[in-house]
Design a protein around this ligand. Structure first.
Ligand code: ATP
Ligand code: MG
Ligand code: MG
Ligand code: MG
Length: 346
């Protein structure tokens, strides 16, 4: 069987996807699978890389510097990835990858693929939609105000008043569709709120302003289709003010504590909320559910990432490793879940 590994992608999380892809390539069971690499450039060009039948010896196999000048792969039309006996691993983070667009394309060409379907991907990626769904499910989350760009342009004063009437400073301002903390800022006053909104609108016309809270951050890994399994929560231990892009990928200042040192009650609640959120969003395959935990042991669900960071050292695989599921076996499970869902739909 063939795994078609889609990586790179058009979003600001392009580089993160390349890191994840390299880890996955090294862990595939090549006795059972061949891997067809398909790199998506930042401009959205699809480039067919080599077909691997064994572990790559170095990272260059990923065409890290690919552009039209020094192309080593073949530019392809996306639909030509279609073949029998293949499953797609869309290892793409952020818009145009994790948000239902690629998933819709894969449904259209009728190929099985790893991870969430169209609806779950779209709703999980959009922080405003996620909030609405969790609210309907009665899952605790921090107070928020959705702020659409055109309403903000029309009447910024009204938006300020709405935010300040509902929330206290500091506030967190985020593009609705993004990940890896790209476009997120913390605002201590109105001027910073204004700048933060402008920053968020670079990435999306939909933004969300949230109540900033002092909290620990814990995460639960979820795996399954109808049969949903969760891990114990792990903690992102930070000595930085917030978990921004630099601290995630550049400075390596983050320590993961697995399992998190929290009460049994908090562990149970985190798993319960994660599972409920996953079911309400119609999850399949995998997700990583992020929470805030205050010093009063209040738990707020922050988000569900339907294609979480997937290097060997990322939180999602590490949580499963701790539960006894090795990285390679986790990938195998994901492939089987993809095939199962595909067969059920036939
Ligand atoms: P990813 O998908 O990589 O987990 P993201 O871009 O979807 O990240 P969030 O997880 O929502 O963004 O936020 C990024 C980080 O910003 C959080 O991990 C946390 O450190 C901080 N943060 C976000 N919202 C709040 C908030 N309301 N209060 C305090 N800190 C926050
Ligand atoms: Mg996210
Ligand atoms: Mg994400
Ligand atoms: Mg997060």
């Amino acid at each position: 069987m063939k795994i078609v590994l889609l990586y790179g992608g058009r979003s600001a999380e392009h580089d993160v996807s390349i890191l994840s892809a390299y880890s996955v390539l090294n862990a595939i069971y090549y006795d059972y699978y061949q891997v067809q690499l398909v790199f998506i450039t930042k401009d959205g060009v699809w480039v067919k890389g080599p077909l691997l039948t064994e572990k790559p010896k170095n990272e260059s196999v990923l065409n890290l510097t690919w552009d039209t000048k020094d192309a080593t792969g073949e530019v392809i039309s996306p639909s030509t990835i279609k073949e029998e006996d293949a499953v797609v691993f869309p290892l793409l983070h952020g818009p145009n990858g994790e948000d239902g667009t690629i998933q819709g394309f894969l449904e259209t060409i009728d190929m099985p693929y790893i991870g969430a379907g169209v609806l779950t991907s779209a709703c999980g990626m959009d922080k405003i939609m996620t909030k609405y769904i969790l609210q309907a499910a009665g899952i605790p989350q921090v107070p928020y105000v959705p702020v659409l760009k055109n309403l903000w342009k029309e009447n910024p004063k009204q938006i300020f008043e709405q935010c300040e009437g509902t929330l206290l400073y500091p506030m967190f301002i985020k593009p609705a569709n993004m990940g890896s903390s790209v476009g997120i800022s913390k605002a201590e006053n109105r001027e910073e709120l204004q700048n933060a909104l402008q920053e968020a609108y670079k990435y999306d016309t939909r933004a969300i302003v949230e109540q900033g809270i002092e909290a620990r951050e814990i995460e639960v890994a979820i795996l399954g289709n109808e049969d949903v399994r969760t891990t114990l929560a792990g903690e992102i231990v930070k000595d930085v003010a917030f978990y921004d892009y630099n601290s995630k990928y550049i400075d390596n200042q983050i320590v993961m504590q697995i399992p998190a040192e929290v009460t049994e009650d908090v562990q149970e609640k985190a798993q319960e909320f994660a599972k409920k959120a996953y079911i309400m969003l119609g999850g399949s395959g995998l997700s990583r559910c992020d929470f805030f935990l205050t010093n009063k042991n209040e738990l707020f669900l922050n988000e569900l990432n339907t294609m979480p960071g997937f290097t060997q050292y990322s939180m999602y695989p590490s949580l499963w490793e701790k539960m006894g599921l090795k990285y390679g076996d986790l990938i195998e499970e994901l492939i089987q879940l993809a095939l199962k869902r595909y067969k059920q739909r036939q």
